[in-house]
Ligand binder design. Structure first.
Ligand code: MG
Length: 160
């Protein structure tokens, strides 16, 4: 049996914040604002993993106003989502993600992000797809005010 999961996230970009995307630090003057490290891509991915088994969303397990999650490494959120999927008897088949961002150009970092995520989920790099697009100058993304990420995952029941 296979199931699909979808996740979406958005964060404001603020001057002086570190830009962490897909677990990788990208040098830039702005970074996503958030309670954790605000890794929009890992948040969308974690929500897709949870969504695949109707387990709710990351805000439920990591409440944004809980001080213990302040500046938290979002890789921990993905690890938790992965564990929850596995406890239901499922494993990730593949993940496909899109980042919508005007600046900076993230192409040079996509390989490292895919490796980071593949390692977090114990899958091969070719099971992890990350694409990037801009908003063609339109809207809040186009004005450089924010960054969005979308993720879909396929999970399959583990053979026992
Ligand atoms: Mg988020």
């Amino acid at each position: 049996m296979v199931r699909i999961g979808f996740g979406y996230d958005v964060h404001v970009l603020q001057i002086g914040r570190p830009f962490i995307l897909g677990g990788v630090h990208i040098p830039f003057e702005k970074g996503p604002l958030g309670h954790s490290d605000a890794d929009v891509l890992l948040h969308a991915l974690a929500d897709a993993l949870l969504g695949s088994l109707a387990l709710g969303d990351i805000g439920h397990y990591f409440p944004p106003h809980d001080p213990q999650y302040r500046n938290m490494d979002s890789k921990e959120i993905v690890r938790t989502a992965r564990t929850m999927v596995e406890e239901k008897g499922y494993a990730l088949v593949n993940a496909d993600m899109t980042v919508v961002l005007e600046k900076p150009r993230i192409g040079p970092y996509i390989g490292k992000m895919r490796e980071t995520i593949a390692s977090l989920l114990s899958v091969s790099v070719d099971s992890v797809s990350i694409k990037a697009t801009t908003s063609e100058g339109m809207g809040f993304v186009g004005r450089g005010e924010g960054v969005q990420a979308y993720a879909v995952v396929l999970v399959a029941r583990k053979q026992v």
